[in-house]
Design a protein around this ligand. Structure first.
Ligand SMILES: Nc1ncnc2c1ncn2[C@@H]1O[C@H](COP(=O)(O)OP(=O)(O)OP(=O)(O)O)[C@@H](O)[C@H]1O
Ligand SMILES: [Mg+2]
Length: 496
């Protein structure tokens, strides 16, 4: 930004200052404007604004006016030294009509630069009670002394400068926080992986991002379907509009309906106010329908109507509301099978499935394991505050051997647990809540009776579930939907 020409009447410039002060386009320029205006109003010979550096306890010149301004600006003053140092230390204004009679005067600067000084007025600048610097003026242009009236004007200007500095600091702080937050979020939503299969997925995601094409994301649990949906949203023109996520499995049918479509006040008992549904909230942006395979036939029919007509009714509403949404859906079910077997509407499937992206499971892209493990390590060790923590080679081998039925989510959880439970230097194999069982079904050779094979499977499957619950039998029993006592019997039977 170029230097601003300082002209116009003091009043006009005061007005300019006050409009600037909240926006703080350029703090240095604003401070210059403030001090220059103050100097002119008081017809002072020179003036300066000094900032206090709390760490070094020194005052340095931020802005100066007067014929020697370029020289004076090179100086630094200790807190407590000279008149400016005194004012900064005590936090009280000071008016000295004759500096030669005041022992606090630090005359070196004036003498070295050859600037004759008789009187000085100096006032502190403070933000929320903390001294941040001082503002001072030296002599009047006509040789007369600085008056109490001048002190009042100086105080007004030093308050203006304090406000400007405080605003600028707040703005910078918010900017910095924003930046930190963005970096943090960026890291959380980054898709890690260099395997060919994942690269194909990402390149497909970028291709569809720019269109409104409905996209269906398939893949096992924990493979990153939601992460990919977020990428598609962020990479396209709708990124400044909302991405609304709705997990279709999380609600019973009637609730899902009001979640999706919203309702009018009084449409049912308990509807005391109007509530907007996710479809409406996603207007202009993206609606991510997670676990779409769990949607009931009645809801499927309603959703189909929205997709065909681009409009819907709130529950209890009579006016159709049209929306512009992009729909991404995801499921870990074999949805084409659901269609053939009549559990999922074919017409809706075709609407959702214009482009299909299948997330590879982690066991299909084992070469990404080290990258992913280190990515999660860097996140969790930062949270724990152990920057030196590494993954030992043996632990990495164990991770590479394991077949990760819970995919990336399981890997992330495993690393998190190892970081929390292990020591601060390295993650050892025993810190990982996994055991390198042979890949699922790998040793299911022919030649066993069906009962033997089933027993073998049961044993491994129970073992695996116990690992994922860290040995908690109640939790495992819940997942397996069996009685805890029955599970205990099986554990004994299989010698687990
Ligand atoms: N490629 C990846 N890079 C980094 N993190 C990933 C990756 N894939 C998945 N994750 C992380 O793994 C976890 C699970 O991912 P996400 O929720 O997207 O999976 P999902 O396929 O939607 O699973 P589910 O079917 O169980 O809902 C998240 O914490 C996500 O950030
Ligand atoms: Mg998900």
């Amino acid at each position: 930004m170029g230097k601003r020409k300082l002209n116009g009447s003091p009043v006009a410039r005061m007005r300019e200052i006050s409009t600037w002060i909240s926006s703080v386009l350029d703090l240095d320029e604003l401070l210059e404007l403030i001090i220059d205006t103050a100097t002119r109003m008081m017809e002072a010979k020179a003036s300066s604004l000094l900032m206090l550096d709390h760490s070094t306890k020194k005052l340095y010149f931020k802005v100066a006016t007067g014929e020697k301004k370029d020289e004076v600006i090179k100086y630094e003053i200790d807190l407590g030294q000279g008149i400016a140092g005194y004012v900064a230390e005590k936090g009280e204004p000071l008016l000295i009509p004759d500096v030669s009679k005041d022992p606090r005067w630090y005359k070196q600067i004036s003498e070295t630069i050859g600037f004759e000084t008789h009187s000085i007025a100096c006032v502190p600048m403070a933000v929320e009670g903390d001294i941040i610097g001082v503002m001072e003026i030296i002599d009047k242009e006509d040789g007369s002394s600085i008056t109490e009236e001048d002190m009042k004007i100086l105080t007004v200007f030093s308050d203006l400068a304090s406000t400007a500095i405080s605003n600028a600091r707040k703005i910078n702080q918010v900017k910095q926080e924003n930046k930190d937050l963005k970096e943090e979020l960026g890291k959380r939503y980054q898709i890690i992986g260099e395997s060919i299969s994942l690269q194909h997925v990402i390149s497909d995601a970028y291709k569809v991002a720019n269109s409104k094409t409905s996209t269906l994301i398939l893949g096992d649990s924990g493979t990153g379907k939601e992460l990919l949906a977020r990428l598609i949203h962020r990479a396209g023109p709708r990124k400044y509009k909302p991405l609304i996520v709705l997990n279709c499995a999380a609600f019973p049918e009637t609730l899902l309906e009001s979640e999706l479509f919203g309702y009018e006040k009084g449409s049912f008992t308990g509807a005391v106010t109007r509530k907007l549904g996710k479809i409406e909230l996603a207007d202009g942006g993206t609606l991510f329908l997670d676990e779409i395979g769990e949607m009931s036939p009645a809801m499927q029919a309603k959703m189909l109507r929205v997709m065909q007509e681009g409009a819907f009714y709130r529950v209890g509403g009579r006016v159709p509301i049209s929306v512009d949404i992009r729909i991404i859906s995801a499921t870990n079910r074999e949805i084409s099978l659901e269609v053939t077997e009549g559990r999922f509407r074919e017409d809706l499937y075709y609407r959702l499935n214009v482009v299909q992206i299948r997330m590879p499971s982690l066991r299909e892209r084992k070469d990404d394991i080290p990258l992913l493990a280190n990515h999660f390590l860097s996140i969790f060790k930062q949270e724990k505050g152990t920057p030196e923590l590494k993954i030992s080679d043996t632990a990495m081998e164990k991770m590479l051997e394991y077949d990760w039925p819970g995919n990336v989510r399981e890997l992330s959880n495993a690393v998190e647990r190892a970081v929390v439970m292990g020591n601060d230097e390295e993650i050892r194999p025993e810190d990982l809540p996994i055991s390198a069982l042979p890949s699922q079904n790998a040793n299911m050779n022919v030649g066993m009776t069906l009962k033997q094979a089933v027993d073998r499977f049961k044993k491994e499957y129970i073992e695996r579930n116990l690992q994922s619950t860290q040995g908690n039998r109640s939790k495992a029993a819940k997942i397996l939907e069996v009685q805890r006592t029955y599970l205990s019997r099986l554990i004994t039977k299989y010698g687990l």
